[in-house]
Design a protein around this ligand. Structure first.
Ligand SMILES: [Zn+2]
Length: 280
């Protein structure tokens, strides 16, 4: 591990290790947020284990928790992996509606425990749509619970670039293999890595992975690099920790706005353009 990851001053706060009294104390001490890492169990080529997306989501969640004190819920090791087909054994997928429902049901208990902010931290591409549906249901059902969804590659433009540099529709690629070299090198069989092009990049329709990849890989895992893996993890943890420090005190935009101005010329002044100018 690199310097900053190896020099954790604090330990992550793990929900599964706490008693109800300790969870209650967290809340009483002012902690309002929890992180739910969401991974997947699905084939990742011949060279990586099926739990890559769970390992990576947990690693970032734990790193962020160690820096911010935000507790991490037990990770969901199953995701929506229907797109991987049944060609390769190992994938264990939920239906998208099941994943969306899990989010709503977990949110009910997060809310009843007194927490008011929930981050869904996603490690698998096709979890996004079901998680987004879960988010819609949560914010409708629990209007006082603030909820956010972030996939690892969405945390910052630099990370997006790392993940997509060898394939738009990446899978078990250079970035994912590099992250695993940093997290669990013992589980990476790099001599079995096979590079495959992103054959669906120019396609109109959406194809399952067995129709676009021979070995279940999209990208160039042979170019994986330990330092790149460390860099991706460190950047994810540093950037997300920074964002969450603000998110911990964020209110809804209208609640956070300064009181309305009673001046007759309005809050934008007599000469400033109003937000409606140029619009519909
Ligand atoms: Zn993956």
């Amino acid at each position: 591990m690199s310097k900053s990851l190896g020099e954790k001053i604090e330990q992550p706060v793990l929900w599964e290790e706490l008693t109800w009294e300790q969870i209650s104390a967290l809340r009483e001490d002012g902690m309002t947020m929890v992180i739910l890492p969401v991974g997947a169990t699905e084939q990742h080529g011949r060279h990586l284990p099926v739990s890559v997306d769970t390992f990576s989501a947990i690693a970032v969640a734990h790193g962020v928790s160690a820096k911010t004190g935000i507790p991490v819920l037990p990770a969901l090791p199953y995701g929506c992996s229907l797109g991987h087909s049944k060609k390769w054994p190992g994938t264990l997928s939920l239906r998208p509606e099941t994943l969306a429902k899990l989010v709503l049901e977990i949110a009910e208990w997060v809310s009843s425990a007194g927490f008011t902010r929930l981050l869904l931290l996603n490690g698998h591409v096709t979890n996004w749509a079901p998680l987004r549906c879960g988010l819609e249901n949560v914010r409708h059902t629990y209007p006082d619970l603030q909820i956010a969804l972030r996939s690892l590659w969405e945390i910052a433009p630099r990370i997006h670039q790392f993940y997509h540099q060898d394939a738009v529709n990446f899978h078990a690629n250079c970035a994912e293999t590099s992250v695993m070299l940093a997290l669990r090198p013992d589980l990476v069989q790099i001599d079995k890595a096979v590079d495959e092009p992103d054959r669906s990049a120019a396609c109109f329709f959406a194809y399952t992975v067995n129709k676009e990849s021979v070995h279940g890989v999209v990208g160039t895992p042979s170019k994986a690099d330990l330092d790149l893996g460390k860099q991706i993890l460190e950047t994810c943890i540093a950037e997300l920790s920074k964002q969450l420090k603000h998110a911990l005190v964020e209110g809804a935009p209208l609640e956070s706005m300064p009181p309305p101005c009673t001046d007759a010329v309005g809050e934008f002044g007599p000469t400033s353009p109003t937000p409606s100018q140029g619009g519909s």
